[in-house]
Design a protein around this ligand. Structure first.
Ligand code: ATP
Length: 367
């Protein structure tokens, strides 16, 4: 059971908290992605789990053992770094076997493990080459092979694809996902790339300013973000946010968005306590319906930008009381939906897709 448990971990640098009271459990065999913007504390947390930097307070256990103060070598983990940290003038074979040689493993075992790892990464033919004469993608494979050769039950990866160009990154993403599902190690994978997180993780832990915001399956993080930060960080385009005011009349709730009243259906219970107050609406671009003609449940907008993207058209529209200026909103439509800049359209917000947000705290309200 190579479960990782982090309890109330805190670490500061020069009085500033890099990770702040982080508690997190990664189950045996799980692939957990740690996602967040640059500087949010992802690497600090990963290094604390690896033993490369100790926490100021809190507890870390791996496989049921308290490892909080153990050196990296005693934690039964393997790590892949952003920089790969492979030795350029040492052969690929020796690079992959490096960790095992450090543990004084017998030569036969090292040869066997190096062969296995090279086969998994499809780099058998490179074993006698030097990384200094290899491409970024090949070096990256060597770094992963070295980590896998250790057969550690816990694999910690810090932005392993970030040095690759976009196409190679796409290829390696799928390859790494296949590979990691085969080796079945408990994996923590750090990235600031939300597409990588959505496509690879069993669960995603989203971090901001050293604080965990949400730890959930990718589909949940995408569809039901815990707060405005998560909705705005995940998704391309990010979630739309619109400000409005709640009005309850005769038991019926409506929200005025840029002066246009929008009746709210059954998902309105959480809104009652905001009667007369500001509210924020969160909505994904693909969840709205654009219409060419007015409808009683649709709001009038004006098209500002049209971006044909092949499989969809991305429209930027503005929602305002006079229909000319106002809050911008991105809507994804079918590629055959016609729209031109300056044109008036009407958009419908399906009530089950609306996420209502408390503008004071940024928290998404329970529906
Ligand atoms: P990135 O994606 O850019 O690598 P990150 O999310 O991994 O960022 P960390 O590297 O963990 O973020 O850094 C978190 C905060 O701690 C940042 O403000 C960073 O400047 C600070 N920090 C990290 N390591 C040190 C250090 N050794 N000394 C001083 N400050 C540090």
């Amino acid at each position: 059971m190579a479960e990782i448990i982090v309890e109330h971990a805190t670490k500061s640098f020069g009085g500033k908290r890099a990770i702040d009271d982080v508690s997190l459990t990664v189950s045996d065999g799980e692939f957990l992605v740690l996602l967040g913007p640059s500087g949010c504390g992802k690497t600090t947390l990963l290094r604390a789990i690896a033993g490369l930097g100790l926490v100021d307070s809190g507890r870390i256990s791996i496989d049921g053992r308290d490892v909080t103060y153990l050196p990296p070598g005693d934690r039964k983990i393997s790590m892949v770094f952003q920089s790969y940290a492979i030795f350029p003038h040492m052969s690929v074979r020796n690079n992959i076997g490096f960790g095992l040689r450090m543990t004084k493993a017998p030569k036969e075992l090292i040869d066997e493990r190096v062969g296995e790892a090279a086969e998994l990464l499809h780099i058998e033919e490179l074993l006698d080459r030097k990384p200094s004469a290899m491409s970024g993608g090949q070096r990256q494979r060597v770094a992963v092979a070295r980590a896998l050769a250790m057969k550690a039950e816990v694999l910690l990866m810090d932005e392993p694809l970030s040095n690759l160009d976009a196409l190679l990154r796409l290829e390696m993403r799928a390859e790494l996902k296949r590979l990691l599902s085969e080796v079945n190690a408990t994996t923590m994978y750090v990235t600031h790339d939300q597409i990588e997180a959505l496509s690879m993780g069993d669960r995603i832990a989203v971090m901001k300013d050293g604080v965990l915001q949400q730890v959930e399956r990718p589909s949940v993080v995408y569809e039901n973000p815990a707060n405005e930060f998560v909705g705005g960080f995940i998704g391309n385009p990010p979630m739309n946010f619109l400000d409005g005011v709640v009005g309850c009349v005769d038991g019926r709730v409506s929200v005025a968005l840029a002066g246009q009243p929008m009746p709210v259906g059954s998902a309105s219970a959480a809104l009652d306590r905001f009667d007369g107050q500001a509210i924020r609406l969160g909505m994904r671009a693909e969840n709205m319906e654009a219409l060419h003609a007015p409808a009683s449940d649709a709001l009038r907008v004006r098209v500002a930008v049209v971006e044909p993207l092949g499989s969809q058209n991305l429209l930027t529209v503005t929602l305002g009381s006079d229909g000319t200026t106002g809050q911008p909103l991105k809507i994804s439509t079918h590629p055959t939906f016609t729209a031109s800049v300056g044109q008036e359209l009407w958009i419908r917000f399906p009530s089950d897709q609306i996420r209502w947000i408390d503008p004071q705290t940024g928290t998404v309200l329970d529906s």
